[in-house]
Design a protein around this ligand. Structure first.
Ligand SMILES: Nc1nc2c(ncn2[C@@H]2O[C@H](COP(=O)(O)OP(=O)(O)OP(=O)(O)O)[C@@H](O)[C@H]2O)c(=O)[nH]1
Ligand SMILES: [Mg+2]
Length: 325
């Protein structure tokens, strides 16, 4: 089936077609091939929610409850679970499948895991396109869930318009979140496992760090027990409200502008590097051997690329999206 046919079916609600499209996108991004998805470039779900936090913090359990709450509010929810450590994709991570299985038969919920690919820091290049695709086929809430709190997670989650950081009491999570740079990107903190001791201390740590950060609007701190659902409906409502507020203040627009720019920059770097490795092998070898200095090598490589840039790089038609890995 062609990509165009898959897209038509996905728009009609065919989750299998959507899954196959996502696989095509991942393959294309992985191999640097270009696929065109009519009308996808400009599509975006109304709410793009990032969920991150340390492994085992309860992200998936919480998300399962959030999905339920958003569904009752009439939203259609698409989830991308990004696993930076896994080379595998296509289908849900087993644990996530178990915890979110309440929704597998709901046509208004789509859950899919993606592996991270790409040369630069393992960031999943396919995420921005998959998010657009979810919007194009009618999901108005897209969730990007990541495992862990490292650099990759921060990057991936920056694709979101509103970011939820899940921490747990008593494990120094707040401090760790701070170190990982999550204090700058979190819009809502959720202290999950609030049935355990240490909630007050964790809240105090977070509030202290937020005092130092002077973020506007100030990130919110909520508490949940995801396993029982305590506090989760409030999180579901708060996250969407905060997303609307960020949009109204113009924060979302400026984040998106930065993101679009970075997406292009990343793709350019990746593509140029791929060509350098391929076409500039001899120059690189001379540098490795010490017979060519770096500055001259750069000049030679750029000249090499400039000569061969033109043929396949025709101007793109508007409304289409290219995947150049
Ligand atoms: N006591 C308690 N346990 C919880 C709570 N929320 C989740 N758990 C448990 O914590 C464990 C991890 O939950 P997950 O939802 O898989 O956590 P996660 O953050 O998605 O984990 P990874 O995907 O591995 O990073 C499970 O055994 C949950 O049942 C909570 O509020 N209280
Ligand atoms: Mg999980």
């Amino acid at each position: 089936m062609s990509v165009a046919e898959l897209l038509t079916r996905a728009r009609e609600g065919d989750k299998g077609a959507l899954a196959r499209l996502i696989s095509s996108i991942e393959r294309a991004v992985g191999s640097g091939e270009r696929i065109e998805l009519e009308g996808v470039w400009s599509a975006r779900p109304r709410f793009v929610v990032g969920v991150t936090g340390a492994p085992g913090a309860g992200k998936s359990t919480l998300l399962d409850k959030l999905i339920g709450a958003w569904r009752s509010l009439g939203h259609r929810v698409g989830v991308i679970a990004v696993d930076p450590s896994s080379p595998f994709s296509g289908g849900a991570i087993l644990g996530d499948r178990v915890r979110m299985q309440n929704h597998t038969h709901d046509p208004g919920v789509f859950i899919r895991s993606v592996a991270t690919r790409g040369a630069l820091g393992g960031l999943s290049r396919s995420v921005p396109t998959i998010v657009r695709l979810l919007g194009a086929v009618g999901f108005d809430v897209a969730v990007i869930e990541t495992v862990g709190v490292g650099q990759v997670e921060v990057e991936v989650v920056q694709e979101a318009d509103v970011t939820v950081v899940v921490v747990t009491p008593g494990w120094g999570d707040a401090i760790q979140a701070n170190k990982a740079g999550l204090m700058e990107i979190a819009d809502v903190f959720v202290i999950n496992k609030a049935d355990r001791p240490g909630v007050r201390e964790t809240r105090r740590d977070l509030e202290t760090m937020l005092d130092l950060g002077h973020r506007e609007p100030r990130p919110l701190v909520l508490e949940t027990v995801a396993t029982t659902g305590l506090g989760t409906e409030e999180v579901a409502r708060t996250v969407l409200d905060r997303a609307d507020e960020l949009a109204a203040r113009g924060v979302t627009a400026s984040r998106r502008a930065t993101r679009r720019r970075r997406e292009v920059e990343d793709l350019v770097v990746e593509r140029v590097l791929a060509r350098v490795e391929h076409e500039g092998r001899e120059v690189l070898r001379a540098v490795e051997a010490g017979s060519l200095d770096p500055a001259t090598a750069v000049e030679q490589l750029l000249a090499l690329l400039a000569v061969r840039a033109a043929p396949e790089d025709g101007a793109q038609e508007r409304g289409k999206v290219a995947h150049d890995g």
